[in-house]
Design a protein around this ligand. Structure first.
Ligand code: SF4
Length: 428
């Protein structure tokens, strides 16, 4: 595995709603290596999309990142800002949260890019697909030509284009070079007849083709990190496979790092090197793919795996996880294990919030569960109905922090909570 590219420490993202503080992301730690595909998996409303949006600085009021560091290894940026912002630099790494917003904005698209689950809502229906991708290229080229640029991507960008680009907005002037690059990107993502297709409007594309076009747009700035938020959820199963193959190929070709957000364990199994299982704003189990799939410790991970449809029928009926994802309202979260009221192995020990334990025999597999430390003790088991209906979080009352923009999980899904059984329609 190559060098660590991104390290997130203690990330907390809150939404300050009329009903109270929603702890959408509650102290996440994450380390992602260059060139790997890291998966974050969990039910709708677990905080996956908010985590992704926090990394790329797309949290808007009433949301706010209230704590944490996001260290990004980018030597040229570290060198460029070391004198002005020494607190934000550690060797060749930069804490994205501590750099000024103006610089942070330049990283979006050029160093970090994001693709969403619904390409229809990401494209303007009145502008051709090629033009919209060319605009994205133009924006990145101009950003690269500024003194604060972190990388030079101005090759092939003529002096005339640079001068015109500095006078007009990208909407009013898109250089011929950017249009050419847009066609190249469409070709890269496997759009047939890209020259002709570039002149077509979004409604003339099929769902799969539009998803490819959105990936092309995300690649406009040649990002280091591509965040893919449920990139295949809106697609037919056969098209899903094509898009995953495409992401795989692009990663090899462009040496990209991918953070894959999904509720689909089939996608994780196919794509990821490592995985973090997310529940109620926390990563409750993490490790190499084999650790989490074959040697999982956390009952929630077990529940997710038990709810994957088994086409051969070897496992018999699906086993849905009972109950709903809990309320993330600060006043209702409590100090117990957040999964306790759905957990078949809940014990009196679980009435305290568990720390992250190393799973036995591994220094890279952890679980936020007492079972990583001790065996299940029936004598200590909480009686059935211990968490009565009245004590159960009223999950349907609260605003959905993940519904912050395109590609996010819907308010209904997160606030009412859905069992994995109910989300099974788009699993592979
Ligand atoms: S800490 Fe207890 S309640 Fe929570 S997942 Fe582990 S066994 Fe279940």
């Amino acid at each position: 595995m190559s060098a660590e590219l991104l390290r997130i420490e203690g990330l907390k993202t809150r939404f300050f709603t009329d009903e109270g503080q929603v702890n959408a992301v509650d102290g996440i730690d994450l380390a992602i290596d260059r060139g790997e595909t890291y998966g974050i998996v969990g039910e709708s409303g677990s905080g996956k999309s908010v985590t992704a949006r926090s990394i790329i600085d797309l949290i808007e009021p009433p949301g706010e990142i209230t704590a944490g560091e996001i260290w990004y290894r980018e030597p040229s940026l570290a060198e460029a800002i070391a004198d002005d912002h020494p607190d934000a630099v550690d060797g060749d790494r930069v804490d994205i949260r501590r750099i000024p917003k103006s610089i942070r904005r330049t990283l979006r698209g050029s160093n970090f890019s994001m693709i969403f689950q619904d390409p229809q809502s990401s494209f303007n229906p009145t502008i051709t697909v090629g033009e919209q991708i060319a605009e994205a290229v133009e924006v990145q080229r101009r950003a690269s030509a500024t003194p604060r640029s972190t990388r030079a991507r101005t090759e092939g960008y003529s002096l005339t284009s640079m001068v015109l680009g500095s006078v007009f907005s990208s909407r009013r002037y898109v250089s011929p070079e950017s249009r050419e690059r847009a066609v190249e990107l469409l070709e890269l993502v496997g759009i047939p007849d890209p020259v002709e297709r570039a002149d077509e409007y979004p409604h003339e594309y099929s769902g799969g083709m539009l998803q490819r076009a959105m990936i092309a747009q995300a690649l406009a700035g040649e990002p280091d990190v591509l965040i893919a938020d449920e990139p295949t959820t809106a697609l037919d199963v056969t098209i899903q496979a094509q898009i995953l193959d495409l992401l795989d190929d692009l990663q090899d070709e462009l040496d990209m790092t991918i953070l894959l957000i999904t509720h689909n364990l089939g996608v994780v199994a196919r794509m990821c090197d490592r995985v973090g299982v997310m529940y109620a704003g926390e990563i409750v189990e993490r490790g190499q793919l084999a650790d989490v799939f074959d040697d999982h410790v956390h009952p929630y991970t077990e529940g997710l795996l038990g709810s994957i449809p088994d086409l051969e029928g070897a496992r018999g009926r699906l086993e849905p996880i009972p109950g709903n994802v809990p309320s993330l309202l600060d006043e209702e979260m409590g100090d117990r294990c957040h999964f306790a009221d759905r957990c078949p192995k809940a014990m009196t020990d679980c009435l305290e919030h568990p720390p992250e334990y190393d799973a036995e025999g591994s220094d890279h597999h952890t679980a936020r569960c007492v079972l990583a430390e001790r065996a299940y003790d029936e004598a200590q088991a909480l009686p059935e109905g211990y968490f009565g209906e009245d004590e159960r979080p009223a999950a349907d009352k609260h605003a959905d922090p993940d519904a912050a923009g395109p590609g996010s999980e819907s308010a209904a899904e997160a606030t009412q909570g859905r069992s994995v059984e109910e989300t099974g329609g788009d699993r592979t």
